[in-house]
Write a protein that binds this ligand. Structure first.
Ligand code: C2O
Ligand code: CU
Ligand code: CU
Length: 538
């Protein structure tokens, strides 16, 4: 009943192993649900993994500045990758066969991206974590047809952070990301540049996109969409598209920009014998470095960690069994597995690098959120493949938010099942988890949060700058099968004088390719403090 990835490497069991405590019947049910067990017909390359391939570093994207706007180009295309020796795999990438270049821009800059779709499928490109107008967001309402180019443009107006980009086409996001469409988008600001942190891209400041795949005997990616939980769990783990990667370290400290770019699997990343300094989460730098044995990342989440190395040593970044916070969960989106992810090889002499530290950004006061400012509380209950009892409907507005408002969102997975809750446009703050302050590593800004089952997360969010009553932003589970199957809702941000209600999007608003049949505009006059259980199921 164990997933084949288990037991390949030394594991550090952190707390009670919940699976071990289950009865045989429960285990059988879990295996059926999880669709794990031995996967027939798949190769098993990680079993005696050698970390002998240099880590691919996504190139920094070229850009040109036109009339004060920094313009990038990205082309989604099909290609061939060789993840396993001698095995060719059809993949998708931006400007290449797999993944995409790292975009990089500065707070205050105006940017544009010319996104061209050379695939045969309609796609989109969403700027995950970015504060920007809804029409530029790249969600399911901004799909790009084959052969078309889409050119969003916006001003970078948020703290330095490790963001990312990936497709968001309605109902097929899992497939597009799984095939390889994803990349990092790094934002800089004065505070981040002045910080005492490793900053040499690809050398001591290293992007690490962690993903897992299933590769069939024919060499092709297998998308295990048998409808089971939790989506596709692969037995091939890769970083930046490199299986069994190592990175040569030449400095005493190395900064890893960790992105969980998997569609389903949750990781708990750390080292066997030492803590890391967690320096940033989704939305940017923490107040100060937080030493931690590991960081748990659900799909879509990021963390920047700094690890200290000794001359000449070899160290492996591992994914440990996920600590579920004491909640009994039969399976945790791959969280029961433990395995190695990336090898770091320190040179025999290392250049000195001082301990991480930084001054708060000069914008810090503006960026601060205050619970006392919150005027609205909303509740979001994640259940089956729905949120508040509703499955995603492209033509339905689920929430109307007034621009400039600060709100509290109470989010809960009501079943014994974790989710990864993500909100577009904003970087929120976690006020409490089941009434208690969040751990220090979750006290910074976030746009995606692992929801431990049956716990209530109170989030503080402020919706600034961009009102557009016709174009919604999304909130959803970032376990992409869940998202595709309906665990997503839409909110519009409107001007204060706009008395719009929840219901149907107005005529003439942007729509994607797919026709989803209009939902009746019921439940006007939303009760903002109650779970709005109205609205039909798909
Ligand atoms: Cu990273 Cu709505 O997505
Ligand atoms: Cu997003
Ligand atoms: Cu989910």
């Amino acid at each position: 009943m164990t997933h084949p990835i288990e037991n390949r490497v030394p594991r550090r069991v952190r707390g009670r192993n919940r699976v071990a405590g289950l009865t045989a019947a429960a285990l059988a049910a879990v295996a059926a649900l999880a669709g794990c067990g031995a996967i027939p017909g798949t190769v098993n390359p990680v079993a005696d993994q050698e970390f002998s391939s240099p880590l691919a570093i996504p190139p920094l994207a070229d850009s040109r500045v036109v009339d004060g706007t920094r313009v990038f180009e990205l082309t989604a295309q099909e290609g061939t990758s060789s993840f396993l020796p001698g095995v060719e795999t059809t993949t998708w990438g931006f400007d290449g066969a797999y993944l995409g270049p790292t975009l990089r821009a500065e707070r205050g800059e105006r940017v544009a991206v010319e996104v061209t779709n050379d695939l045969r499928a309609t796609t989109s490109v969403h700027w995950h974590g970015m504060h920007l107008p809804a029409a530029m967001d790249g969600g399911p309402h901004q799909e790009v047809d084959p052969g078309a180019t889409w050119r969003p443009e916006w001003e970078i107006d948020q703290p330095a952070a490790t963001l990312w980009y990936h497709p968001h086409p309605h109902g097929t996001t899992e497939e597009h990301v799984y095939r390889g469409l994803a990349g990092m988008f790094i934002l800089d600001d004065d505070a981040s540049r002045a910080a005492t942190l490793p900053q040499e891209y690809g050398v001591d400041d290293v992007p690490v996109i962690v993903q897992d795949k299933r590769i069939g005997n024919d060499g092709e990616l297998e998308l295990g969409n048998d409808g089971g939980e939790p989506g596709t769990l692969g037995d091939v783990v890769m970083t930046n598209g490199t299986v069994g990667a190592f990175h040569d370290v030449t400095t005493e400290r190395v900064r890893l920009r960790l992105l969980n770019g998997s569609t389903a699997r949750t990781y708990d990343l750390g080292f066997e014998d030492r803590d890391v300094d967690v320096v940033a989460t989704d939305g940017g730098l923490l107040e100060a470095p937080v030493p931690a044995p590991s960081v748990r990342l659900a799909p879509g989440e990021r963390a920047e960690v700094v690890v200290r190395m000794q001359p000449g040593e070899t160290l492996r970044l591992q994914s440990f069994e996920v600590d579920l916070g004491g909640v009994a969960v039969p399976f945790a989106m791959g969280g029961n597995d433990a395995f190695d992810v990336l090898e770091l090889r320190a040179a025999s002499t290392l250049a000195p690098s001082p301990a991480p530290s930084w001054e708060p950004s000069s914008h810090a006061a503006d960026d601060e959120l205050h619970e006392a400012d919150a005027t609205v509380t909303r509740k979001f209950e994640l259940n089956d493949r729905s949120i508040n009892g509703k499955e995603m409907d492209m033509s339905r507005v689920d929430d109307v938010v007034t621009v400039g408002n600060t709100e509290v969102w109470e989010v809960r997975s009501s079943q014994p099942m974790p989710h990864s809750f993500h909100v577009h446009d904003v970087q929120f703050q976690i006020l409490t988890v089941d009434g208690k302050a969040p751990p220090a590593t979750l006290a910074g800004r976030k746009d995606t949060i692992y929801l431990e089952p049956q716990r209530t997360y109170r989030l503080l969010l402020r919706f600034e700058d961009y009102a557009d009553p016709e174009t919604p932003y999304m909130y959803h589970c970032h376990m992409l099968l869940h998202e595709d199957q309906g665990m997503m809702g839409q909110f519009v941000v409107v001007e204060p004088e706009d008395d719009r209600q929840v219901g149907q999007l107005p005529d003439g608003s942007q729509h994607g390719e797919h026709d989803h049949g209009a939902a009746p505009a019921e439940g006007s006059g939303p009760d903002l403090t109650a779970v709005s259980g109205h609205g039909g199921h798909g």
